[in-house]
Design a protein. Sequence first.
Length: 562
Amino acid sequence: MKVTRFTKCVVLVNCLVPVSLLGWDAAWGRLGANPANSAIHTTGLLSLIFLMLTLLITPASRITGWSRLTQFRRMMGLNTYFHACMHFLIFFAFDREGSLSSTLSEIVKRDYLMVGAVGLLLMVPLAATSTDGMIKRLGGRRWKALHRLVYVVAVAGVVHYYMLVKADVAQPVAFAVALGVLLGYRLVVGLTRLMSGSRIRGKAINAVAESKARPGMWSGPLTVDRVVVETPGVRTFRLVSAGSSRLPFSFLPGQYLNLSLMVDGRRIRRSYTIASSPSRLDSCELTIKREEHGIASRYLHDEVREGAVLDVSAPAGRFIFTGAEADSIVMIAGGVGITPLMAKIRYLTDIGWPGEIHLVFAVKTESDVIFRSELESLRARFPHLRVTISLTRDHGTNWAGERGRITPELLTRVVPRIADRQVHLCGPGEMNESTIQMLRDLGVPDERIKTESFGSVGLSGATPSVSGLEEPTPEVEASVTFSRSGKTKRVAVDETVLEASEDLGVDIAYDCRSGVCGRCRTKLLAGRVFMRTQAALSSLDRDEKMILSCQALCLDHVVVEA
């Protein structure tokens, strides 16, 4: 269940109930013979309780899996500071009668007051840097390091209480035991992560190094080990090697693989991004959206189940980020364009990359947020990961996050100093084009912007032979002739020039099969083609009537140079 502003408001009101009752009792003279001491003791006790609750939230969220608990951590911390300030102010105003010199003198004379004062002073920078703005200004690593002072504050608070009590130490000892358990849990988790993190980091670095050392493509069968429903229209397919405990190829975060599918007696080839991290050597995952008019995606969703065997060739693609390219990264995604960016996020968090990661993710509705629970969990565990999700259409819900399309105002608000950062962008072609222009207007140099697109886009500025307006229909009689080999083939409505060349044994080099790499580029000599994307073609390529064989569908009798 989503944590709403109303929920947070209810929790805050309940947090203020004890001190409100204290004020009520004070107003009606119900605090006993020494009201000041009673109020000092109560506010100090409340401060310690809220401090323990603050420290409890992280282990409780990890143990129970309720990552949304972490959204209350800041509130509990601020309540701790508020009650500690009340504790001191009552002491200053009533016990010391508002005298600064008397207060300082008393603190210097009594060790327990000195310990308590140190704890209170250390809480000041924690409270001052608790806002989102300060987190962004400090950066994830420095903010996290600063807020480790809470452990010193907790120890100071418990010691202060123990030294204050003269006879019955049961309560301070109980607090000390609770603090010991909470700090002990963190120590054990930290050591476990350090050991496992070293292993994972080593595996991840080895995987990346191996992938760089083995740039060639591997081809063969992989088995569908698991199918996970991410959203109503999106599924993740986990692929493994049937005869080995690890994948037969290595890849880099952001690369993709090619699937060769037999659909209704026809060979269909499609490229899909690997959404998992290369640090997880035993499998790879494809997260695929079911497109109503997508032959391959409909087949995968409707027909492929666990245990199915798929023909794969991998890896391919240059839309990668390993952490060595920059010291921070901004990732902007639209819909299922999150998949290559998710691979990078998973990899960077797996290896404990220290740089700032900003994800800005636009989707139509709340139900379209892919990887939502995992992103929330990662954001809770890694303060340097900032996630902003914006809904573009779901206006009738109580969504507490951003709304609307990605705008320059949104980017400058959620990503400080964006012009100084590396930006990776993946979404529909139209979104990519508009966002690239936004980034340029915000001062991001072109060399810092890397993009990958998906879906059907028109061909702006195309020559008359390359159509971006009309897709082939079943009624059209179309064929392709390869001028060098002299071979001709009548083509189906959804058959690309590259697929026709493979059927005829005409050699056209290719890599991605998704219109990104540009390796299958060839010259159009006659006829007209439709291309769903032209991401890999430059303006000069278009002027020379170059086409992408993997994208080109024939509209009539086509001749290409191959």
